[in-house]
Design a protein around this ligand. Sequence first.
Ligand SMILES: Cc1ncc(COP(=O)(O)O)c(C=O)c1O
Length: 443
Amino acid sequence: MDPLLQHIYDLDEAAMERAARHVMLGGGTRGGPVLVRGKGVRVWDTAGRDYIDCTSQSWALYLGYANDDINQVIREHIESLTHVHQGFDTKPRFYLAEKLASLAPGSLNRVSFTVGGGPAIEAAMKVCLKNVNPARDFVCLYDSYHGTTLGTMGASWISTHAAGSYVGGSRFLELTRPFIRIPNPYTYRNPYGVDAETYIDMCLTMARETFERGIAGRPAGVIVDPIQASGGQIILPARYLRGLRELCDEYQTLLVFDEIQTYARIGEWFAADYFGVEPDIIVLGKALGAGLPLAAIIISDRLQGFSPDTEELHTFANPSLSMVTAAKQIALLEAGVLDNCRQMGQYLGEGIRSLGLEFPEIGDIRQAGLHIGIEFVADPESKRPLENETVAIRDAGFNHGIIFGLGGVRKNVLKVKPPLIITRSEADEVLDKLQASMRDVLR
Ligand SMILES: Cc1ncc(COP(=O)(O)O)c(C=O)c1O
């Protein structure tokens, strides 16, 4: 082994403690184990303990840790190309762009690659501004999350929850862009106490009113995460998304689906397929590169795309290595992993629903494929969020050898989003460990 690599692998507790003060973090939920290596759905820490990872590391490792097929592609391709300037063509980029265009719904068939989710949302915003003009303001939903770049932070709930504790985004108001917000049909909770269908109607009416009277000029675009993952695994109803599509057509603006978290994880390639609603632009990131950094937008053929006079240029927007891993992952998804995601999603969903019989604190289970959230409440009537208990369940999970995610603007949503390759026996293990963690805290 390379001696420096060996040295790094050999760093002990004291060395890490010493170095920790040099590491500056602007986010992320700390307090978990220090990770050393992973294989499949499992990851090991410095003490040799193993955990089933239901976060897939920012939900990005669809094929789990150290996937043999992906590693093989990396080993072979790294011998020829890794980093390539955006201005040079490569075969991986041609292949991947064509492949994504073939998978994307309807008229969406041109792809621009970029370096991460936030920049990809900004790329979509640029395409909107090129095609809808005159227009300035973008519309997004309450509880949405579209990144923390200065261009997207105003569209992330961390900038709007002024009374909450996660308000980091509001410290940069001088530079963040204001977004026009419309209510999200979070049907489990609505401030009006009406039934779900009425609330969806109300949200659509408020969207129309905003388009009509609450914005200067036409909206430049409407940006939606069809499942609001960071916002609390909120699955937007198909009827609402269809209604937004109609409104966008009526007001001649563009509908952008932020599919950074939904791509393939929901058991379909795109939320657009899942909900039967075709947006004008789809944004991809996170797992697209099979664990290597890659993001993209796919735009409708009807739209004017980027022109090459430096409208969109990034040093690392043509990562040939991430492109071959992305392509290989698509092949594996096609060869059965997507089916497994559907089946295991169903299986885990049923298992969690049966845990609901033992734990009335499970207020709501929201699931599409392996995109699963459990909202904990004090009781079904008050629906008072159990924030501390949800954090405690996540922490108890570490003791039981499992890593859950936390989410929701009230931090009372436990996320169960393992790699899509999870097997039935691993899913059983997840259910057992989830039950044990909940018993530790709630009983
Ligand atoms: C729905 C959604 N959009 C955008 C982003 C931002 O992506 P990135 O963190 O790669 O900038 C995220 C990241 O969590 C996300 O979940």
